[in-house]
Design a protein around this ligand. Structure first.
Ligand SMILES: Nc1nc2c(ncn2[C@@H]2O[C@H](COP(=O)(O)OP(=O)(O)OP(=O)(O)O)[C@@H](O)[C@H]2O)c(=O)[nH]1
Ligand SMILES: [Mg+2]
Ligand SMILES: [Mg+2]
Length: 320
């Protein structure tokens, strides 16, 4: 009789414990969900199905555009200052080129490359920089919108960009908005993009601006008169005006202004002195040479073949 009572009591206690544990577990789960509801209501639903991790709003994902860049393609991102002409006016940039601004842009682009090592080449001039990511990059899961978020600072690239901008120039950072074009491109496409930026944007604009501001600053013309004077002129005419009227040979102008800035990774041997002590010897300084990858700036032609023949590793052939 006693054994039966003890057995019965044990069953009751076990049953009680089991039910309490179940209750407690449910409460904890509910509590967790309640907390997350207050933190992020839209991400939470109170369903008790096995699908609890997903909210009932999950279906909106189906309406998202798939912005994953094609595999095995280069990705090109171009950042360009918004309304930069106003910024240049307000801060009295020298005309046509302000080396402080160009230096600042290059410094920022260097920092971005240092942070995102999958960028194989960057090209910049005026208020813009283009970044080419290596074709196998998996950075940001190759999602375009992680890189390209116009008018916001939420893209990691933009964030990095601004992070490095801020210490250098707070004003430039706040005014430096971004419009970007995203492309998934072959090697040929990447080359064409870079060549286009250098020819049309850098060379054509710089030649025009050089003549324009020479006519104004040295020729005494008003900006309207200079505009009139240059209407319909071709590159040869502009070169001629510079040469015959102002004794300026455009070919001798600064390569930075004529060609813009190309940043690439290059291996460099760097020697540092290390203090070492060998057994039975006195401590002494020993030179140690290491090969390091560094971002190097070039101000040269990237349209012709020479640059690409000298740096064949930057962009692989399309059939790789
Ligand atoms: N004075 C001077 N102006 C510069 C310099 N670099 C860029 N700029 C100005 O910045 C402008 C850049 O061109 P855009 O990017 O086409 O013009 P934006 O004003 O930024 O306009 P959006 O890009 O369309 O927003 C140039 O037209 C110049 O007015 C510089 O070194 N000196
Ligand atoms: Mg701009
Ligand atoms: Mg621009």
């Amino acid at each position: 009789m006693c054994v039966v009572v003890v057995f019965f009591l044990s069953i009751c206690v076990l049953n009680f414990l089991f039910r309490s544990t179940l209750m407690l577990m449910k409460f904890c789960t509910f509590g967790g969900r309640l907390r997350s509801f207050f933190v992020n209501p839209s991400a939470c639903s109170f369903t008790t199905s096995s699908n609890m991790a997903k909210s009932k709003f999950e279906y909106v994902r189906n309406f998202e555009t798939d912005d994953t860049c094609l595999r095995n393609c280069y990705i090109v991102v171009r950042l360009d200052g918004r309304n930069f002409h106003k910024f240049a006016e307000q801060h009295k940039f020298t005309k046509p080129n302000d080396n402080r601004a160009l230096g600042l842009m290059t410094q920022c682009a260097r920092s971005v490359m240092g942070e995102l090592e999958d960028i194989v080449i960057a090209y910049g001039q005026s208020d813009e920089f283009s970044f080419v990511f290596k074709r196998t990059t998996t950075l940001f899961k190759r999602r375009a919108r992680y890189r390209v978020t116009p008018h916001t600072c939420s893209s990691p690239v933009v964030e990095v960009y601004l992070t490095f901008f801020l210490p250098l120039s707070l004003l430039a950072a706040t005014l430096m908005d971004v419009w970007s074009c995203k492309r998934t491109v072959s090697r040929y496409g990447a080359l064409t993009h870079l060549a286009f930026r250098q020819t049309d944007e850098c060379h054509v604009n710089n030649l025009h601006n050089t003549v324009f501001w020479t006519l104004v600053q040295r020729g005494g013309l008003t900006t309207t008169q200079a505009d009139e004077r240059l209407k319909g002129t071709l590159a040869a005419d502009k070169n001629e005006i510079l040469f015959s009227e102002f004794d300026i040979n455009y070919n001798n102008e600064s390569a930075l202004h004529k060609k813009g800035t190309t940043l690439i990774w290059e291996k460099r041997d760097e020697t540092v002195t290390k203090r070492t002590k060998l057994p039975n010897e006195e401590e002494k300084d020993v030179p140690v040479t290491r090969t390091r990858r560094r971002v190097q700036a070039h101000h040269c032609d990237i349209i012709g073949d020479q640059f690409w023949e000298e740096h064949p590793d930057i962009l692989e052939d399309d059939n790789c």
